[in-house]
Design a protein around this ligand. Structure first.
Ligand code: IPM
Ligand code: MG
Length: 366
């Protein structure tokens, strides 16, 4: 059988630095009997610099062909003046859309060693383990009409459209219910059915899937604004949250901070199964390109490393290896290793990106 294949798109800012640490882990698995075929490509600003577009057709074709894509981060102030469709973020949105990666899994887990770093009280976040399933290829991010137009009086109007079809809602709802069955068996669906028709449809379709296909899973509904409040009031009430593209973007950033640092959160974006049975898949840290600290060895590689752990679990059926890698991260944190983002008020000397990567590798190999 062919080796599992990966396309690495490290991207901009701290992307290449954190991905270099993942590379060490991939190579380690290679020496332990799981060699990956790894290719690299460009996405975001670095692609724009070379090709004039944030994602070339050739790179997209490679992404469609491999078993999984590993992405670092895109964007930076250098591209602020670039036209909207050519900005680094447009490359990210295009690869999600073209690969049809509709289910974005964003786990928020609080490592015990970091429970004091959260902006919330220890007892509120200690033991936290929730999974946000964010719809990723539709909604207001992609709905038409969109644009900035001139109205009859010569004023300007900015337009975006929230739009969801039955099928788009049902397929991501299925992903959430499947996920719940592997975890705590509870799904909370969030929308704004009190003000948006798309929210009414969302609620009806999620309910339909529940009644017809997953009656064994407990389902609740919440307005997304209340959901945001509940996430910071009592986040442990949730198991799986399923929500649309925009609400999921906001709620997952809030959930990220519960865990202590945005530098800790991985994500998986999954689509329909390919011919080989594996889902179309892209794995990326939730954090961005952090241009302010790029190139200084300050970035925390854990989110990117944990994203690779998700790849092991969801693309390569290597759940045990994934758990082992997650345990290695836990051990390293428990031993007190901290990158700059995890220093907190106590202070001390942070370790560098590559020192963190090395420490995790050492714990993995132990
Ligand atoms: C995310 C990011 C992206 C999004 C940006 C970079 C386009 O915030 O993945 O959460 O809005 O989806
Ligand atoms: Mg976001």
């Amino acid at each position: 059988m062919a080796n599992p294949s990966l396309l690495i798109l490290a991207g901009d800012g701290i992307g290449p630095e954190v991905m270099a640490e993942v590379r060490k882990i991939i190579d380690w698995f290679g020496t332990k009997g799981t060699p990956f075929d790894v290719e690299e490509g460009l996405i975001g600003g670095c692609s724009y610099d070379v090709h004039g577009v944030p994602l070339s057709d050739a790179t997209l074709e490679r992404a469609q062909a491999v078993d999984a894509v590993l992405l670092g981060a895109v964007g930076g102030p250098k591209y602020d003046g670039v036209e909207y469709a050519l900005r680094p973020e447009a490359g990210l949105l295009r690869i999600r859309k073209e690969m049809d990666l509709y289910a974005n899994l964003r786990p928020a887990q609080c490592f015990e060693a970091l429970a004091d770093f959260s902006s919330l009280k220890h007892e509120i976040v200690s033991g936290l383990d929730i999974m946000i399933v964010r719809e990723l290829t539709s909604g207001i991010y992609f709905g038409e009409p969109r644009g900035i137009q001139t109205d009859n009086e010569g004023g300007r109007v900015g337009i975006n459209t929230q739009r969801y079809t039955t099928n788009e809602i049902r397929r991501v709802a299925r992903s959430a219910f499947e996920m719940a069955r592997r975890r705590g068996n509870r799904v909370c669906s969030m929308e704004k059915a009190n003000v948006m028709e798309s929210g009414v449809l969302w609620r009806e379709e999620v309910t339909w899937i529940h009644q017809n296909e997953y009656p064994d899973v407990a389902l609740s509904h919440m307005y997304a604004d209340n959901g945001a409040m509940q996430l910071v009031r009592n986040p442990k009430q949730f198991d799986v949250i399923v929500t649309d593209n925009l609400f999921g973007d906001l709620l997952s950033d809030a959930a990220a901070m519960l865990t202590g640092s945005l530098g800790m959160l991985p994500s998986a974006s999954l689509g329909a199964p390919m011919e080989n049975g594996r889902p179309k898949a892209l794995y990326e840290p939730v954090h961005g390109s952090a241009p302010d600290i790029a190139g200084q060895g300050k970035a925390n590689p854990i989110a990117c490393i944990l994203s690779f752990a998700m790849a092991l679990r969801y693309s390569f059926d290597m759940g045990e290896a994934a758990t082992k890698l997650e345990r290695a991260v836990e051990t390293v944190l428990a031993d007190g290793h901290r990158t700059a983002d995890l220093m907190g008020e106590a202070g001390g000397t942070p370790i560098s990106t590559s020192e963190m990567g090395d420490a995790i590798l050492k714990a993995l190999a132990a």
